[in-house]
Structures are given as C-alpha cells and as structure tokens.
Design a protein around this ligand. Structure first.
Ligand code: GFB
Length: 357
C-alpha cells in the first residue's frame, strides 16, 4: 500500500476513475472467444449488460495498431475488459518466448493506448500471477511486483504483461484514468484450449486421460515431479471480479485474484483422473519442467471490495470436464454434418457471432 503512486497523486484528477459504468454503457470484451473472455461475456450478460461489443480475429487483429484504433473509433466503448492474448501452459511458454512476448506486448499496448485515446471510462487489464518474482514470499502481495528475478519458463510472457500493467498504472497515476489490472492465479474452466503439449495442466491432463481411457491405455504421462503447488481459480469467479472492478473502481491499480485453494500437481492429477474415471497409472516425466514451486496470491485487496471465490475445485473440475465432453460431442456432430453435406453437394451454412459495430 505505501508505494509512491499513492503519495499526492491518488486523489488528484479523479474524473475517469469516478465515472459510472451503467448497464447500458457499451463494453468491449477483447478476446471474447478465449477462456477468460467468454466467461466475462456470459457474466456481463448475466449481470444485465446489454450493450456489449466484440470482434473475431478475422475482422480485428489486435496486433495491428491501425485496426485497433479504427475499431475503437467505430465502437466507442465506455468500458473495456482486455482478455485477449497469446496464452498457453508451461510447454508453450518455454518453446515460443518470442511469440508470447511480442504478441502480448503488441496487443496490450495497442488496446491500452486506443482506450486512452478514445477516453474509455474504465479499463480492466488481465495480467497473470507469473509476473511476480519466482521466489516471492507467500502469499504474494501486489507490492512484490519487480522485486526479484522472474521464473525463466515464462519470462517473455511475464515481461509483456508487466509492461502493460505498468502502462495502465502510469495512465492512472499521471492522468487519473480509470485503468485497473487484475492479476489472476492459474485459471481453468469451460472454453479452455485442449492440446496435449501446449495447454495448461488441467486441460492437458483432461485430454490425455480421456484419450487414454477411451483407448484402454495403461498409463498417462504427467510432467515434472508433481511436487509444485498451484492455486487454481474457476474462470467464472475471475469474470465476477472483472465485472466488479468494471463497475466500481476500488482505488487500487493492481489487484490479485486467487481462490486461496492450493493443491500439489500430484494431487491435482489424481483428482482429474477421478473426474474422468481413468484408473490407469500416472507416470511422472521428470525431463519436463516443474516451473515455479509455488505461487499463492494474497487476494485481500479484491476481497476488501466484496469479491469472494464461489467455486470449489472439485465442483469446477466436474463442470469443466462436462463442458469438454459436450464440445467433443458438438464437434463430432459438426464433422458428421459436414460429411453429409459434402456427400449431398450442399454448401455449408456459416453462422457468425461477430457483432461489428
Ligand atoms: O499449467 P501449467 O502449464 O502452468 O503447469 P504453470 C503447471 C504444473 O503442472 C507444472 C505440471 O509443474 C507442470 O510441470 N504438469 C503436469 C503439466 N502435467 C502437465 C501437462 O500435461 N501439461 C502441463 N502444461 N503441465 C504457466 C505459465 O505456468 O502458468 C504461463 O507458463 C501462465 O505463463 C500460467 O502464467 C498461469 O503454472 O507452470
């Protein structure tokens, strides 16, 4: 709390920070098809927001500054939730640091600067708990930022996120803008990406175990030692925090958002096996990285604004698996439909949810 930004500047020029975001206000959800963005969209709808805008990547490439500024010029949102980004698990971060750093820097700075230029009232930027130093005292408070060396497996991603968090903080400090960064812990939930090598641990293990179960495979390969601890948060709980700070500026530039519920990766893999109903052996491949040993967040700030995590891990895992199975079913159905249409020579109907404003 005692950081320099508070001194003298906090209560000056509060025009934007005091601005009200009403249910009728136009809100731009950047990255609405991803894990976080889709949860933010359904939470905003559930909360009664009706003037939402978003755009698919084919019509708006957030890495392209001109396109982003043109979009803001057309859409003129009052609020923005910036969920877009190149994301992935420890494997993807380690193998593609260039893309993780460059793309997240470009998307972040383009959207933040356009939001500033077009004078949005409230901007919520999504950071990540990996921006904190790898040896931070636990639980990690927001003032640990930039106090030590980063975890090497996700350094590129973290540096891009830190730059954007600091840009938001500077806009707030220098110009009194209502820009806030949320720092979520490891997330999971419906709408995640399922790839064995590049996903985060939960989707990767759900996928590997389901495939192993279906093919009668005797064992599944899990990465690392299984010893690291992770704090896991169901994505709808994060989305509720986004909507809260979108509506009320709590006076903080950075807020951690964690469940407080920590498990070892070993224990997590067993829980996932239970949910999937996979009874084979779990092999621990120690040639794969463990990453940081522990990264438990201190979420007192966001809790002081009234936010609480609502979804226990056991419940969240079941919901996530159910969504995964439904999506597999839907894509199998689409595949069958495609084959039928190709067989009958009919063209395929394309339904787009893109709302271009
Ligand atoms: O979820 P995950 O990739 O994220 O890995 P991080 C968490 C832990 O699960 C690591 C282990 O110790 C992995 O070694 N693990 C076990 C597995 N089996 C698997 C598997 O099949 N796939 C994966 N992916 N992990 C990410 C950062 O780190 O956290 C990102 O790289 C981001 O930048 C994200 O910040 C929140 O927590 O290690």
């Amino acid at each position: 709390m005692g950081s320099m930004w508070m001194a003298g500047l906090r209560f000056e020029n509060r025009r934007d920070r005091d601005a009200m975001i009403a249910k009728e206000s136009r809100i731009f959800v950047a990255g609405h098809q991803g894990l976080v963005g889709s949860a933010v969209l359904r939470t905003l709808r559930g909360a009664g927001f009706r003037n939402l805008c978003y755009s698919v990547r084919a019509s708006l490439d957030l890495r392209n500054r001109e396109e982003v500024f043109r979009y803001f010029d057309r859409a003129r949102p009052k609020g923005v939730v910036m969920c877009a980004g190149r994301v992935g698990g420890i494997g993807a971060n380690q193998s593609s640091p260039v893309e993780f750093m460059a793309e997240n820097l470009a998307m972040g700075t383009n959207v933040i600067e356009a939001a500033d230029h077009y004078d949005v009232d409230r901007f919520v930027y999504l950071g990540s708990s990996c921006i904190y130093p790898r040896r931070s005292p636990q639980p990690i408070t927001e003032d640990q930022l930039l106090s030590g060396r980063l975890e090497p497996t996700n350094e590129g991603y973290a540096i891009a996120k830190i730059a954007c968090v600091k840009l938001c903080e500077s806009l707030r400090l220098q110009y009194g803008k209502g820009f806030v960064s949320l720092m979520p812990t490891n997330l999971y939930g419906p709408g995640d990406r399922y790839e064995a090598d590049s996903s985060h641990v939960i989707p990767a293990l759900l996928l590997k175990m389901l495939l192993a179960k279906r093919s009668g495979q005797e064992s599944v390969s899990c990465w690392g030692s299984g010893q690291p601890l992770r704090e896991l948060l169901y994505v709808d709980d994060l989305a509720a925090a986004c909507v809260l700070v979108l509506q009320h500026d709590g006076g903080f530039p950075i807020l951690n958002v964690g469940s407080g519920e920590e498990v070892s990766i070993h224990e997590l893999a067993e829980k996932i096996a239970d949910v999937v109903g996979y009874y084979g052996k779990l092999n621990w491949d120690q040639s794969k990285p463990d990453g940081v040993k522990r990264k438990l967040l201190c979420s007192e700030r966001i809790r002081s604004l009234g936010w609480r995590p609502r979804t226990p891990l056991s419940v969240g895992l079941k919901k996530t698996f159910q969504d995964f199975q439904e999506r597999i079913e839907r894509s199998a159905e689409m595949e069958r439909g495609r084959e039928r249409q190709q067989g009958s020579g009919q063209s395929r109907l394309v339904k787009s949810d893109d709302r271009v404003v």
